[in-house]
Design a protein. Structure first.
Length: 237
């Protein structure tokens, strides 16, 4: 091989090597395009649950940090009582012996003797009053005596008051010995006419449910179609 031929071969080898070296580099534009295609993020995939994934543990019951709320004590200078009505519930009362001492004393006496146990609410006047405490069950009975009028307190919703005969035969407005009623609404038209001696302070919804019992009257005031029985009246203090 002559020197000339050798030089030609060396030159060809160098040209080929230069071409291969150039293929391994990109222009800035080409490099950006290449990265944009190869490095674009893919859609995020939902994590696959595994056995090591923590699970929700059931909440352990916590020990109460305070004691249950105690029953509300009876206020000073009041007498507290409760009326239990079969299938309806309990009404709690605060009676006022300062405003109506003779009336409260008589009511307490009868309750402690069990006089009211098993009697009924014999009269329901819609949105007006429910009336009970008559041993005859028709609005004409009583223990055989009356109680002097003590007319001071107002007929607010939940007022408990004594029934009585009308003014023509009872001008002093003395109260029935045992029949009482509970006001289902504020009844200012009755103020100054009947002895209010306390108020329902809990369980007014019981009185309202009794007030919705169907009655034997088209006029909204009459005897209930089914008996509404007073199971007991208890004096709490």
């Amino acid at each position: 091989m002559t020197n000339k031929t050798l030089y030609i071969l060396i030159a060809l080898i160098l040209l080929l090597a230069a071409g291969l070296f150039a293929y391994r580099f990109y222009s800035p534009a080409e490099k950006t395009e290449q990265l944009s295609q190869s490095e674009s993020p893919s859609e995020p995939k939902e994590p696959v649950p595994t056995s090591t994934q923590p699970t929700m543990q059931p909440t352990q019951p916590q020990t109460p940090t305070s004691s249950p709320t105690a029953a509300k004590p009876c206020p000073e200078q009041k007498v507290c009582a409760e009326i239990s009505v079969k299938n309806f519930g309990v009404m709690k009362l605060e009676l006022d012996p300062v405003a109506a001492p003779k009336t409260v004393a008589n009511f307490v006496k009868l309750a402690n003797e069990g006089f009211y146990n098993g009697l009924t609410f014999h009269r329901i006047a819609k949105d007006f009053v429910i009336q009970g405490g008559d041993p005859k069950g028709d609005g004409t009975g009583g223990p055989g005596y009356t109680v002097p009028a003590e007319i001071k307190l107002l007929h607010k919703k939940g007022a408990i008051a004594m029934a009585r005969l009308g003014d023509q035969v009872n001008p002093k407005r003395d109260s029935s010995g045992s029949q009482f009623y509970i006001a289902l609404n504020d009844l200012p038209q009755l103020d100054g006419q009947y002895t209010v001696f306390g108020y329902v302070v809990q369980g007014m919804d019981v009185a309202e449910k009794i007030g919705q019992v169907p009655i034997d009257s088209p006029y909204g005031d009459g005897a209930p179609k089914e008996k509404v029985v007073i199971e007991s009246i208890k004096i709490l203090k």
